[in-house]
Design a protein around this ligand. Sequence first.
Ligand SMILES: NC(=O)C1=CN([C@@H]2O[C@H](COP(=O)(O)OP(=O)(O)OC[C@H]3O[C@@H](n4cnc5c(N)ncnc54)[C@H](OP(=O)(O)O)[C@@H]3O)[C@@H](O)[C@H]2O)C=CC1
Ligand SMILES: C[C@]12CC(=O)[C@H]3[C@@H](CCC4=CC(=O)CC[C@@]43C)[C@@H]1CC[C@@H]2C(=O)CO
Length: 293
Amino acid sequence: MNLRQKILIPLVGMVLAIYFYSGKEEFKPEMLKEKRVIVTGASTGIGEQIAYHLAQMGSHLLITARTEARLQQVVAHCLELGAASARYINGSMEDMNFAQAVVKKAEELWGGLDMLILNHIGKSYFHYFNRDIEHVQKLLNINFLSYATMSVSALPMLKSSGGSIVVVSSLAGKIGFPWTVPYSSTKFALEGFFNSLRQEFVMQNINVSITLCILGLINTESAMKAVSGIYPIPPAPKEECALEIIKGGILRQREIYYKYMFTKIPTLFRDWAPELMDYFIRKSFNVDNLNQD
Ligand SMILES: NC(=O)C1=CN([C@@H]2O[C@H](COP(=O)(O)OP(=O)(O)OC[C@H]3O[C@@H](n4cnc5c(N)ncnc54)[C@H](OP(=O)(O)O)[C@@H]3O)[C@@H](O)[C@H]2O)C=CC1
Ligand SMILES: C[C@]12CC(=O)[C@H]3[C@@H](CCC4=CC(=O)CC[C@@]43C)[C@@H]1CC[C@@H]2C(=O)CO
């Protein structure tokens, strides 16, 4: 290595380090105090844990899902944990009128909104694609179109608060995973819609952040039930996952990867060696244990 390289390389490294790590705000739970937050898909799983973390941080919460009894229990626990307020509205995100009604409810309750956390997903299957296009259409409505609908409805309030849109996605929205054709389609759709929308926000000086959350396998009941015996990779904890999603949103990060090693690294491999990445993903599936019915 000649003298010029000996000087240049550390210099470039230092500049990059300063660029990427300067101005990185440290997360503090008080950042969420009194913040007005909608959390969808909050009757169970990651959404439920997001609601509990926000409650402990003193946010105002509006949570939604279909199952009213579960929402009532989650709201009660949020209030015990210290939420500034906690309310629910139940209904299906297959209905875009309901999706808009959730945002309207937040406007009625608070007169504004600081964070929209889009987390819900419709029921699907973890199996070979069964060629049911109607199911793909239904899942696109629940997992994608309702996210777009809520974001459009919430934008006036988010613009006036300088707020945030948090979109919960999956590694299956970056890389092709078998047995998730309908679900993966909806996650890739989120990537396209919100990455393009973020570009337009920047061009139009709209101060609303968009955070895409790229998740690996998480130990929620529904996921564990689906992968049991056929996908033996250890899952990450839903509680920590939920906290990372909140941190990413309030710090206005472009993307969060959780767990980083199992999501960001595969995404890099996707671009450098796609066939190799596909091979490793296929190898992690126990095809023999898949029930063939
Ligand atoms: N768990 C994992 O391994 C991974 C999860 N993710 C993502 O994390 C997010 C949460 O996943 P997870 O917590 O496992 O999901 P869960 O299945 O545990 O929870 C899904 C939530 O969505 C609600 N929901 C289901 N159908 C509808 C509907 N038609 N309308 C409105 N709400 C509905 C459910 O409540 P109800 O039935 O009462 O309506 C529930 O609150 C999803 O976006 C998922 O893609 C990403 C990668 C991995
Ligand atoms: C589809 C679902 C959630 C996922 O995104 C995972 C999938 C099992 C295989 C996976 C491994 C990963 O490292 C990335 C995530 C994922 C594609 C899960 C099976 C059921 C889960 C579900 O429906 C949502 O809870």
